[in-house]
Design a protein around this ligand. Structure first.
Ligand SMILES: Nc1ncnc2c1ncn2[C@@H]1O[C@H](COP(=O)(O)OP(=O)(O)OP(=O)(O)O)[C@@H](O)[C@H]1O
Ligand SMILES: [Mg+2]
Length: 232
């Protein structure tokens, strides 16, 4: 498998404040597929995504990407992995406040090996008309689209999205999901989307449900729908 997670464990705090954010997660994810992760608040979804993205380290267990063990890599290899292979759309956009929309995207393009065309990406996400504005001059949904552009511009093998459409209305959500779908088809990008919106699960190849730091279910979707058909 492309992404293999074996008995991943991560706790925070101790004693009375101990939380097993990941309590023995094992998953095998295929290349070029779309995964949707659902689960209650605090169940460990973001923790899992951060681990796959190489942003944090496990207490025990391992994660391999194409056979490469990212849970036991040195700092340099982790940086390369994050820089070259992973695009991250964070739950709270993480845009750089002092850079314009275009600059926020350009800084990522500058360090990428094979970036996409910045004009094309901005157009597809309908943010080209705001390209000279600063993040604070944009609505939540517009900022979200800039965050997606930042993640996609480097044409990553893996796109990780935390609450992809949480701040968007249904029309903007559909547009964003259509774009994500197009990226998946065109570049065979493996896409993992965390969401609270059950309707988005319909566009997944596989739906993963997380509860109390464990995988409650992992089900192939026999009735996959396009973003156009989702009942958002
Ligand atoms: N840095 C941290 N320090 C202490 N506890 C943490 C930390 N990060 C996460 N946790 C705890 O780990 C658990 C899992 O958190 P996580 O952010 O993965 O949940 P989530 O499923 O993404 O929730 P949400 O849907 O609200 O975003 C929660 O109980 C949370 O409070
Ligand atoms: Mg979260």
């Amino acid at each position: 498998m492309f992404i293999d997670i074996k008995d991943a464990r991560k706790h925070y705090g101790e004693g009375e404040t101990l939380v097993n954010a990941l309590d023995g997660v094992s998953l095998s994810l295929g290349e070029g597929k779309i995964y949707v992760i659902l689960g209650p608040s605090g169940s460990g979804k973001s923790t899992l995504l951060n681990m796959i993205g190489g942003l944090d380290s496990l207490d025990s267990g391992e994660i391999t990407i194409s056979g490469r063990n990212i849970s036991r890599s040195d700092k340099k290899k982790m940086t390369d992995y994050r820089r070259e292979d992973v695009g991250f759309v964070f739950q709270f956009y993480n845009l750089i406040p002092d850079l314009t929309v275009q600059e926020n995207i350009q800084v990522v393009a500058d360090i990428a090996k094979q970036p996409m065309d910045i004009e094309e990406v901005m157009k597809a996400l309908d943010i080209d008309k705001y390209k000279n504005r600063f993040p604070k001059e944009l609505s939540g949904g517009q900022q979200q689209r800039v965050a997606i552009a930042r993640a996609l511009i480097k044409n990553p093998k893996i796109l990780l999205c935390d609450e992809l459409t949480g701040a968007l209305d249904s029309k903007s959500s559909r547009n964003v999901l259509k774009f994500i779908e197009k990226v998946n088809e065109q570049f065979k990008t493996t896409i993992i989307i965390i969401t609270h919106n059950e309707a988005i699960a319909d566009m997944a190849d596989t739906v993963i449900r997380i509860k109390d730091g464990q995988v409650a279910s992992c089900t192939n979707n026999g009735n996959k729908r396009s973003a156009e058909e989702l009942e958002l």
